[in-house]
Design a protein around this ligand. Structure first.
Ligand code: ARG
Length: 491
């Protein structure tokens, strides 16, 4: 049939180059299913409002079910988007007198905005579930390494002893906040633009609340101008994803460093490693490098979205079509990076010996020695800091005698006269005791980390329940939609 969109106003047809330039068909595969849901809900509502007759409603719904069954491949891909292609197919199937009524009171502007929200909310909920699995894996890894001593770093210089569990819980907490951000983005996004038409709503007596409920949205996106114009939900979602990727990338960076011979803290499972085409001995942490690299791509998607949207006047502009694929690209990468990170972490081998050995390198116990001097000799921390700083110029394993010499040079007095003993010095220099002393809230002491892990597990369960509730609510609404459709199609 002739192009249902262009045949009225336009005479010449676009050539292949122009079709390729303007069409969104390839990215629209993401919203094929959603578009059929939107068409169904709109059609049912049109009938319920007395705008189309029941037989028309039934015929359209039957056509839509068939199109759904045949899949996107059966559609004509030469149209400018999925909406027109689908409507044309419907008209081919049921005739224009019936199929041509489906788009009453609607525009592709509210249609596409609704479709994107329907698909993206599912992606966000799946992403949240995958993040929860990653967090579980991190917490399990931490549980197995409560007493695994390692050096902690600032500026990538040896700083103080900590445990691998404490370090891993830090990453797990970042992922916990990522989960919260995803669910919050979902809540702001799950609002229905349908019924806004081009931007000024419509004179047809549509029941927006009905389509909103049938499609599983929590509420209307009220103002019809805003509803079709905004893509802030894309920006917010991809910004949340960029944050996730930055968190994963920081983890990946550590995995890369830790796998090097210089560190040798961990070894990735062979499944997550690659080798060299020339150097037969190489085992490279490519999956972690790609998590780090793909972070750049997701940040790029966010930059594209911001730049595309920044100067658009209200309401709809075709530029918005260019925005959408960025979210599909970002969500594909982010979800796979979360899954790959989980696999890398759960299967990696932890070299506890190497971590313990390096935990005291670079005089990591210096802070505890200064603190011990403060507590036992009643001198200000700043003075103790100077005394230990002088000792740090040596090999970093000072004896009481050396401490006395340094102190004498600074305060003109031996610290042994003020109560510091050899036993206190030895204790201060022990990395295991350093860690066990740090037992205040959030510290690396084993019991404190055990408490932290338990608490995180509980929080995670609550988040999981919340996300399941969101999924169930959508499923329930869509079940109602399908039951209503079945009622009209005699299934
Ligand atoms: N393919 C378009 C998009 O993704 C659908 C909306 C087209 N609307 C229009 N007025 N040209 O934005």
């Amino acid at each position: 049939m002739s192009d249902i969109l262009r045949r009225g106003r336009l005479s010449s047809t676009p050539d292949e180059d122009m079709i390729n330039f303007t069409s969104s068909m390839s990215a629209d595969k993401w919203i094929f299913e959603a578009d059929i849901l939107v068409d169904m809900a709109h059609t049912v509502m049109l009938h319920e409002q007395g705008i189309i007759k029941e037989d028309y409603c039934s015929a359209i719904l039957r056509g839509l079910l068939k199109i759904r069954e045949d899949g996107i491949e059966a559609l004509d891909h030469s149209y400018e988007d999925i909406h027109i292609s689908l409507e044309s197919r419907l008209i081919d199937m049921v005739g224009e007198d019936i199929g041509g009524r489906m788009h009453s009171g609607r525009s592709r502007n509210d249609e596409v905005a609704t479709c994107i929200r329907i698909r993206l909310r599912d992606e966000l909920l799946s992403l949240a579930e995958e993040l929860i699995e990653l967090q579980s894996t991190l917490l399990d890894k931490a549980s197995g390494n409560i007493e695994t001593i390692m050096p902690g770093f600032t500026h990538l210089q040896h700083a103080q002893p900590t445990t691998f569990a404490h370090h891993i819980v830090a990453h797990s907490d970042a992922i916990g906040r990522d989960i919260d951000r995803v669910t919050e983005a979902f809540l702001r996004m799950n609002k229905c633009p349908l019924g806004s038409a081009a931007f000024a709503s419509t004179g047809f007596d549509l029941d927006r609340n009905r389509t909103c409920r049938l499609l599983g949205f929590d509420d209307l996106l009220d103002n019809s101008m805003d509803a079709v114009s905004t893509r802030d939900f894309l920006i917010e979602s991809v910004s949340v994803m960029a944050n996730i990727m930055v968190d994963l990338s920081r983890m990946a960076e550590e995995i890369i460093i830790w796998s090097s011979s210089e560190f040798s803290f961990i070894e990735l499972d062979d499944m997550y490693a690659s080798t060299s085409s020339i150097m037969p001995q190489k085992k490279n942490p490519d999956s972690a490098e790609l998590v780090r690299g793909k972070t750049g791509t997701v940040i790029g998607s966010l930059m594209s979205l911001l730049s595309i949207c920044k100067a658009l006047p209200l309401s709809y502009n075709r530029d918005l079509q260019e925005a959408t694929p960025n979210v599909w690209n970002a969500v594909t990468i982010t979800r796979s990076a979360v899954r790959i990170s989980k696999g890398m972490i759960s299967s990696m081998k932890v070299n506890t010996g190497s971590m313990a050995e390096k935990s005291v390198m670079g005089f990591t116990t210096a802070t505890e020695l200064a603190d011990t001097i403060v507590r036992s000799c009643n001198i200000p921390f700043r003075t103790a800091h100077q005394i230990v700083g002088v000792l740090a110029r040596g090999d970093g394993k000072p004896t009481l005698g050396q401490i006395d010499v340094a102190a004498y040079g600074i305060i003109g007095e031996d610290l042994s006269h003020r109560g510091l003993t050899e036993a206190m010095v030895i204790e201060a220099l022990d990395p295991v005791l350093n860690v066990s002393k740090r037992s205040i809230a959030g510290g690396p002491a084993p019991d404190e980390v055990k408490r932290a892990i338990k608490k995180r597990h509980k929080e995670k369960e609550k988040k999981y329940e919340r996300i399941s509730g969101m999924n169930n609510a959508i499923e329930k609404s869509l079940n109602v939609l399908f039951r209503v459709v079945d009622g009209y199609t005699g299934k």
